[in-house]
Design a protein around this ligand. Structure first.
Ligand SMILES: [Zn+2]
Length: 144
């Protein structure tokens, strides 16, 4: 299973939460993950995708083999693998999972006091978070 998978980048200073749509691709298809501090200077566009300084490097040949077997018609490009969610950030950016957890923890005291306010705050704070990601240029946030 590669649901809710946490993966450290090449230099080990940062990590990202990943998700795999339909569990179709194994996590090893992401052969390298680079944070903005350890990313390579130039990208191999056939195998790599850049998102706000992070770089994901895929084994596109193996991904293609999985797609063919499972009847996914689109060619296995880094952009397709990422955008279709087959091996991509969980949420919209590498740290979304932690942001979400912290937000729930921070607002938790409201649950007992005022549930409606809790739900409203949760929603408005998350919307604000998403618009910050969108403004910063995160690829998945652009589609929201
Ligand atoms: Zn790194």
């Amino acid at each position: 299973m590669c649901l809710n998978l946490r993966r450290f980048c090449s230099c080990g200073r940062n990590s990202a939460y990943l998700s795999c749509r339909d569990n179709l691709l194994p996590a090893e298809i992401l052969v390298n993950l680079f944070c903005p501090e350890c990313r390579p200077g130039s990208l191999e566009n056939d195998t790599m995708l850049q998102d706000c300084g992070w770089v994901l490097e895929y084994d596109v040949d193996r991904a293609q083999a999985y797609f063919t077997v499972r009847g996914v018609r689109s060619p296995a490009t880094p952009a397709f693998i990422f955008d279709a969610g087959y091996l991509s950030w969980q949420g919209l950016a590498p740290g979304d999972q932690e942001v979400n957890t912290r937000l729930h923890q921070r607002l938790a005291p409201l649950v007992e006091q005022d549930l409606a306010l809790y739900l409203k705050s949760l929603r408005s704070e998350w919307v604000a978070h998403v618009s910050r990601l969108k403004a910063a240029g995160w690829r998945k946030a652009q589609a929201t």
